[in-house]
Design a protein around this ligand. Structure first.
Ligand code: MTE
Ligand code: LUZ
Ligand code: MOS
Length: 752
């Protein structure tokens, strides 16, 4: 079944924030943001801008009627800078004008007097200065120190991981419209309608029932709109409240890149200990997370780095420590994988390091250490593992040894091309690691014409969650998908939502929808029982728009049943709640059962490096992926292909560059290169592993949104292997492996 939005997308008829027809009298915002990464804000000169054509008002921190604060976890993020600036791109003032162009023009006339303060961009420097946003976090399993003493081989090193721009196709934005009695309706390109509602209430001083947030769909979020849509909604809301006219702000790409946070860069130190049989006996790792200038979601991102620091491996003795370091960069934020990928890159680096020194293939170490059933993760949860199964099935289908041998043979005769292969297993936990976030609600109406409308808190951002939720309703009611409409996420219909994140939107909102539909179906079947004079509802079901008794069509059709139920004054509506059972986590002990289940998979990545130019191509990514029982293979394969390409981009060509002044140099799509049709792998093969277990997933389909991104990590190690096949070198573990970096490594040994 195809994505229900695909026809709209192809015709260009899908409505995104900037497509919403504007109301007469709408004004446009443009932010004046800090040109300095750290300093005392002495004075903001706005009078020139105020006199510009079309300008209605210029807003600064002192104008807010509510609190000047949008920090969610730590109260360290003003909506508009006040007293100090902490990163280049921090909003200081907002111009409100009659058109977008005039607002932008006037914003250029604002000036700020800023007395410079020292700028820190390196998380290790911040940690040395003691500038941590929250206290360090630690996971301990067994006794790493004692285990190292017993290990035959011990290796230590460092790994550095750069950030990543989200490059959602639709930049951030919001549109706030005043409603009666001082209320607001806010359209926002957000993954978290409730987070936007809370932020808007805070900065305007309104109560939550006065603020309606509506989200039709996003042109991509990838985590970048889990928290960071709040500022733009807050800015539009404040302006709409003050001026009493609708205010819109759709950011330009360069504004978005300059002012918003990205995937967190990390620097890490690792120590890995193996016994004579290549079993990893001990692992010690310290992570320095570059959080940027404000907390945002950095602590839970840091926690997920710890949760995934041993990836798909069982290590009996682990000590993992993580520091949340404040720097003068835009606050970094959620990005597909949410800190997990960074944790995985470090242990994969440690394994590659050990393999290099021991002259064995990395995949021999990887294979020997895969986590098995009932092995314990460092956070106490026992694995229901598919790690070995996905590895074995991928190896049976693709033959890692043969792929390596072919690369080796090729490297033997090719003059300037080198092939490299790497295997990347992935294990990713599903559930928000903050247990209280794992719940959702669904509101289902069956109308008297038999059509069905479903509202949930899930935000459609291209991942197909609406299609899956529509499938749930269609399945429970036995209807074609065309009978079901999924309404925009709206805080008046569905309250107190968790963001669409953690790959859990279909699980949580789909389960709530299932319960709601089943409740209505139960009532309808009772009505049907009377109409067809059956003894009980047992054996009755809804299928093909009809009521069935076992396998026989009773000729009572859906439309008549619905109308009859309505005439009998039976409710055709239901509001249901779902909360993931059986999960908990205690940070006091750093142990618990935080995840409903894990998603497993194994990928093999092959690359060819042009050793004259440093350029490379990804020849293939072949994986075996644990789908549970996929609800929609077209959507899920799309998620895997997209995730892989996004992961490859992060590992290879996407390079976020800040200079020492904290200025973003890679500030446009001309200087920040994302994968295009020419750089995607020539082959992506997906072998589905169908697992049926007692997992808590929706109709046994496992979440798919984030895990495949981490297959892309294999590209780094495949390129590294190809480079090592050309020249005797040991490239640092420092991603992305850009063509420039490849070239420098290829010729590092050459005297110049
Ligand atoms: N796919 C598309 N097309 N666009 C997106 O923005 N976001 C990813 C993933 N896949 C994203 C996407 C991220 S970061 C998450 S957490 C999940 O989708 C969220 O949706 P789900 O919970 O429905 O899987
Ligand atoms: N967001 C969040 C997430 O708030 N908590 C999480 O655990 C998480 N995990 C993945 C992606 N987003
Ligand atoms: Mo995804 S990083 O959970 O939005």
């Amino acid at each position: 079944m195809q994505n229900i939005d695909s026809k709209l997308h192809v015709r260009g008829e899908s409505v995104y924030l900037d497509d919403i027809p504007v109301i007469q009298g709408t004004l446009y915002a443009c932010v004046f943001d800090s040109p300095v990464a750290h300093g005392k804000l002495k004075n903001v000169v706005t009078d020139k801008a105020e006199k510009c054509e079309g300008v209605v008002r210029v807003i600064t921190a002192k104008d807010l009627l509510g609190e000047n604060q949008i920090g969610g976890i730590v109260q360290d993020e003003p909506l508009l800078a006040d007293g100090e600036v902490h990163f280049q791109g921090q909003p200081i003032a907002v111009v409100i004008a009659t058109s977008e162009e005039l607002a932008r023009k006037a914003a250029r006339e604002i000036h700020a007097a800023i007395e410079p303060l020292p700028i820190v961009t390196d998380p290790r420097v911040a940690a040395a200065n003691g500038d941590l946003i929250v206290p360090p976090k630690q996971f301990v399993l067994g006794d790493a120190a004692a285990a190292f003493a017993e290990c035959e081989h011990v290796f230590e090193g460092r790994a550095d991981i750069n950030g990543q721009e989200h490059i959602y196709i639709e930049p951030q934005g919001a549109y706030a419209v005043p409603t009666e009695n001082g209320g607001l309706r806010v359209y926002s390109s957000t993954q978290g309608p409730t987070a936007v509602q809370r932020a808007v209430c805070r900065v305007t001083g309104l109560q939550m029932h006065q603020v309606e947030v509506d989200v039709q769909r996003l042109g991509g979020g990838f985590g970048g709109k889990e928290d960071q849509a709040n500022a733009w909604a807050g800015i539009c809301a404040v302006a709409a409240q003050l001026i009493k006219r609708p205010v819109k702000y759709a950011l330009h790409r360069m504004e978005d890149m300059r002012m918003t946070g990205k995937r967190h860069p990390y620097s890490a130190d690792y120590k890995i200990g193996l016994d004579g049989d290549l079993k990893i006996q001990a692992y010690e790792v310290t992570f320095y997370q570059n959080a940027g200038a404000a907390c945002d979601l950095s602590p839970p991102v840091l926690e997920r780095t710890l949760f995934h620091c041993t990836n798909s491996y069982f290590v009996p003795n682990v000590k993992a420590t993580a520091y949340c370091c404040r720097t003068n960069l835009p606050p970094n934020t959620a990005f597909r994988g949410f800190g997990g990928p960074q944790g995985m890159f470090v242990i994969e680096s440690a394994i590659a390091h050990a393999a290099e020194k021991l002259h064995v293939k990395a995949f021999e170490i990887q294979r020997k250490n895969l986590i098995g059933n009932d092995d314990e993760f460092p956070y106490g949860q026992k694995a229901e593992s598919e790690a070995i199964t996905t590895w074995t099935q991928a190896n049976a289908a693709y033959d890692f040894g043969r792929l390596q041998a072919e690369a080796h043979e090729f490297n033997g005769w090719s003059k300037y091309l080198r092939k490299g292969v790497a295997v990347m297993p992935v294990c990713f936990g599903i559930s928000f690691t903050k247990t209280p976030m794992n719940h959702a609600r669904s509101l289902v109406h069956v109308y008297t014409d038999g059509s069905v409308a479903v509202s949930t808190g899930a935000v459609e951002m291209g991942q197909g969650v609406n299609t899956k939720i529509a499938q749930v309703a269609a399945k429970v009611f036995g209807l074609p998908i065309e009978y079901v409409k999924i309404l925009p996420a709206n805080t008046l219909r569905i309250a107190n939502t968790s963001p669409t994140a953690a790959s859990a939107a279909a699980d949580l909102n789909g389960k709530a929808t299932q319960t709601a539909c089943e409740a209505i179906r139960g009532r309808l079947l009772k009505v049907a029982k009377e109409l067809i004079e059956a003894k009980s509802t047992a054996g009755l079901s809804l299928r093909d728009r009809s009521v069935y008794r076992k396998t026989e069509n009773t000729n009572l059709d859906w439309h008549s049943l619905v109308m009859e139920a309505h005439l009998q004054r039976v409710s055709l509506s239901e509001h249901s709640h779902y909360a993931t059972p059986g999960i908990d986590f205690d940070w006091e002990t750093a142990k618990g059962h935080p995840f409903a289940y894990h998603v497993y998979g194994t990928a093999v990545v092959g690359v060819t490096v042009d050793c004259l130019r440093g350029r490379y191509e990804v020849d293939y990514v072949k994986c075996c992926h644990d789908f549970g029982t996929s609800m929609n293979t077209a959507v899920d394969h799309g998620q895997i292909e997209g995730g892989i390409v996004q992961g490859l981009g992060w590992m290879t060509m996407e390079e976020v560059v800040y200079d020492d002044e904290g200025k973003l140099r890679s500030n446009a799509l001309s200087t920040y290169k994302v994968p295009d049709i020419y750089s995607v792998p020539k082959e992506i093969t997906i072998l589905p592993l169908e697992t049926k277990n007692k997992s808590l997933a929706l109709f046994n389909s496992k979440a798919v949104g984030e895990p495949p991104l981490m297959y892309g990590i294999g590209a780094y190690f495949a390129i590294r292997n190809a480079v090592k096949a050309f020249t005797d070198c040991s490239p640092e573990f420092d991603c992305p492996f850009t063509p420039e970096k490849v070239l420098m490594n290829l010729y590092a040994n050459d005297p110049i």
